[in-house]
Design a protein around this ligand. Structure first.
Ligand code: SAM
Length: 294
């Protein structure tokens, strides 16, 4: 197996010229051209010879070469048909890579893992297309796909949001979802000059270590996330108004007041002040109220 040789601007430009590749803005194409950053991602993901790795959006195969040099198997899903012949070329010496030409959001990942890794946990590593970072991460987390860790490049702001707690302006529904399913940590901040073309925003590599068991217990996870979404949809409103205005929830004002009192929270509190265990407790109280009404 050859050593990864892409990952700098000279080789990336050579490949792009050879294939007359045209960058597609709509696919969020910003290719990595910095070997230090690639090393940081690779080191953080701790890929070993038994690992099955899913890469989302391999581009010309830069990160894929790194992953394939250590993993047992890499499956790389790329939406842009123009990159498929390029990947065939750049990955020809890596027999443990399979490229799938598809939209990642249209793939049945549970089935893929069952078929290709006997259902055993995989690692996800990617320089994500920024226009669909949140849908991709939510798909990976909410569907309870068997994953040990997700190590991905995202917009710096998004990485910040994932790690925040109550009291920060960046705290929101994404922070709570990510923290319910995983333990996030920022691995590296990455400036625009590490990509071709340069993105307008700063980036960060974030790692999500998936919890074996969520940090809070709650009877109805779906309801808890409905409450969370409703609370942050109207950040400037009180929690009571946020819940009353939600098209997903049909709660009565007096029931919300009773629930808040049971949680020891004032009726004029805003949703952004609550932590994950408080949302879990609130959700359980609503479940109890509903069961008493049946
Ligand atoms: N991994 C490469 C690198 O680091 O140089 C490219 C990363 S680039 C930020 C994002 C990649 O995701 C592009 O190759 C793009 O075509 C691909 N992509 C965009 N949307 C996608 C989708 N829905 N499914 C699969 N791949 C997608």
């Amino acid at each position: 197996m050859v050593k990864p040789y892409l990952g700098n601007s000279k080789h990336t430009i050579e490949i792009i010229k050879k294939y007359e590749f045209v960058f597609q803005k709509k696919f969020g194409q910003n290719f990595l051209i910095d070997t230090h950053v690639l090393d940081r991602i690779f080191d953080a993901a701790k890929i070993c010879e038994d690992d099955f790795v899913l890469e989302i959006g391999p581009g010309i195969g830069t990160l894929t070469q790194y992953l394939a040099s250590s993993a047992r198997k890499v499956v790389a899903v790329e939406i842009d048909g123009a990159l498929i012949p390029i990947l065939k070329d750049t990955l020809r010496d890596y027999s443990n890579v399979e490229v799938i030409h598809s939209d990642i959001l249209k793939i049945d990942l549970k089935e893929l893992i069952r078929e290709q890794n006997q259902g055993r946990a995989i690692k996800v590593v990617a320089n994500l297309p920024y226009y669909i970072t949140t849908p991709i991460l939510m798909e990976l987390l909410e569907k309870r796909i068997s994953i040990t860790s997700i190590t991905v490049m995202v917009q710096k702001e998004v990485a910040k949001r994932m790690c925040q707690g109550p009291g920060s302006k960046d705290y929101g529904a994404l922070s709570l979802a990510v923290q319910y399913y995983s333990e996030p940590s920022v691995v590296a901040n990455v400036p625009p000059n590490c990509f071709l073309p340069r993105p307008k925003v700063g980036s960060a590599v974030i790692q999500l270590k998936i919890h074996e068991k969520p940090p809070v217990d709650t009877v109805d996870v779906h309801l808890m996330f409905q409450l969370i979404r409703a609370s942050f949809n109207q950040r400037r409103k009180t929690l009571v108004n946020g819940l009353l205005n939600s098209p997903e929830l049909f709660l009565k004002k007096e029931d919300i007041h009773i629930a808040l009192e049971k949680c020891g929270l004032p009726v004029d509190i805003r949703g952004e002040k609550l932590n994950l265990s408080q949302f879990a407790k609130l959700s359980d109280i609503f479940v109890e109220q509903l069961s008493q009404k049946k």
